[in-house]
Design a binder for this molecule. Structure first.
Ligand code: NAD
Length: 424
């Protein structure tokens, strides 16, 4: 199936530069020494692999894959694997660093990593994706490990790829190793609640922010960009707490209904329509660009990075932005949004529900005992709310945006740990 990929209006700042510009402000506020600054800004390990894969037509195609371990100061590195044509080293480096800061913000004992393969999974068969995933695992068997580096799904990957990775890694190391990867199917050691965890975390962050703004869920409307794992679960859970979802979107376009979109109908439509919203009838088609500046109280980017830029930030009408995606706002847009008085719950806090329940999955695998769903959800909510309050208080203390406050919390924790560990 051919897709019309909308061309995002980029700020021409690569994601790594975007991450570094926020990190630099936090480092400055914390008065970080030059030595500590230099250790924290540099990825611990960067691996580039070439993956020859036999395609269904018998040809052999070589794919480029990456794994960047940004830090293992707080614990084994943790981070998803992305299958997308836009994957590149700078993007993976930025995403790996964001994982370090994200784990630190929610206070879980992980470092940060990220992986990716430059490919278009929508144009590959299941067999081709399996051979690609197994090749990637073989090339990175020395990097991965339950105590070393633990992948998870990200854009373009799902529990199915995680099952292949776990199987290949277990075969190569000669024993069953559930804890080498999270986001697995439930039947093979996945955690209850993991699939919806990121969306649930976005919902909890949204409710915490509304509470601080003195607004009730039943009074507000929302637009969500992206209708994959994060976007669709966010919509479903926000809809359940009474928030009106006026706009949704995916790579094929956006859909607007002033009176609220029937989210269950949209999910059902997507699932019966090759995974896309193309042709969804319960709303008026608009563009993804229009969705970002539409007339709503809450904007939730949950697709990809750099969609809110200096070009469109001035036109945003929402008073609250909750970042489901990683890096959806370019650094150049930060000050425009801040000056407009929009509260932004940043990615490294808002979408941390996924890594939190991934951590729970890893804990359950290592203990060999499954937690009930209520326990997973309750503990996730506690962690997300504690982190939200800590970041909010830091924002007030330093008189900065919530984004910079989240970096201050994270960088401070990693820097303090690094000083205790020493070793250089
Ligand atoms: P996904 O592949 O399940 O869904 C991505 C969605 O975005 C799809 O609906 C796709 O059609 C849409 N999309 C892609 N390009 C688009 C564009 N240019 N305009 C509008 N829509 C577009 O991915 P996901 O797991 O939902 O991840 C989405 C974002 O959330 C990514 O930034 C990812 O890094 C981040 N994230 C995911 C998790 C997780 O647990 N899955 C955790 C934390 C952060």
């Amino acid at each position: 199936m051919a897709y019309k990929e909308p061309a995002p209006i980029k700020d021409h700042m690569n994601p790594f530069e975007s991450m570094m510009s926020r990190f630099n402000i936090a480092a400055d506020k914390l008065g970080l020494s030059e030595e500590i600054y230099n250790v924290l800004k540099t990825p611990y390990r960067t691996v580039i692999v070439s993956l020859p894969v036999t395609m269904d037509d018998g040809s052999i195609k070589v794919f480029e894959g990456f794994r960047v371990v940004h830090s293992n100061i707080l614990g084994p590195s943790k981070g998803g694997i992305r299958y997308d044509m836009d994957v590149n080293l700078d993007e993976v480096k930025a995403l790996a660093a964001w994982m370090t800061w994200k784990s630190a913000v929610v206070d879980i004992p992980y470092g940060g990593a990220k992986g990716g393969i430059k490919c278009n999974p929508r144009l590959m068969s299941s067999g081709e994706k399996e051979r690609l995933t197994r090749a990637y695992t073989q090339h990175l068997v020395d990097v991965f490990g339950p105590e070393k580096d633990i992948p998870a799904p990200d854009m373009g990957t799902s529990p199915v790829e995680m099952a292949w990775l776990m199987d290949e890694y277990s075969k190569m190391t000669g024993r069953t190793q559930h804890a080498v990867v999270t986001g697995k199917p439930l039947v093979m050691g996945g955690s209850l609640g993991r699939t919806e965890a990121t969306g649930r975390g976005v919902m909890i962050s949204t409710l915490n922010a509304l509470n601080r703004l003195g607004l009730q869920p039943s009074q507000v409307s929302c637009a969500v960009q992206g209708f994959g794992n994060v976007g669709s679960w966010t919509c479903k859970l926000l809809h359940e707490v009474g928030i009106k979802i006026r706009a949704i979107s995916d790579v094929t376009g956006a859909y607007w209904n002033e009176y609220g979109i029937d989210i269950d109908a949209a999910i059902k439509y997507r699932d019966s329509n090759n995974g896309t919203l193309e042709g969804f009838g319960g709303a008026t088609p608009i563009s993804n660009e229009e969705l970002l500046t539409s007339d709503v109280d809450i904007l939730i980017p949950a697709a990809k990075e750099d969609v809110i830029t200096s070009k469109n930030a001035g036109d945003i009408k929402a008073k609250l932005i909750v970042e489901g995606a990683n890096g959806p706002t370019s650094a150049k847009a930060d000050s425009i949004i801040h000056d407009k008085g929009i509260l932004v719950v940043p990615d490294i806090l808002a979408n941390a529900g996924g890594v939190t329940v991934s951590y729970f999955e890893w804990v359950q695998n290592r203990v060999g005992y499954r937690w009930p769903l209520e326990m997973v959800n309750k503990r996730c909510e506690e962690i997300m709310t504690t982190a939200f309050n800590k970041v909010y208080d830091t924002m007030l203390k330093y008189d900065v945006s919530m984004r910079i406050a989240a970096y201050i919390v994270a960088v401070d924790k990693v820097a303090q740990t690094l000083k205790y560990r020493g070793g250089f």
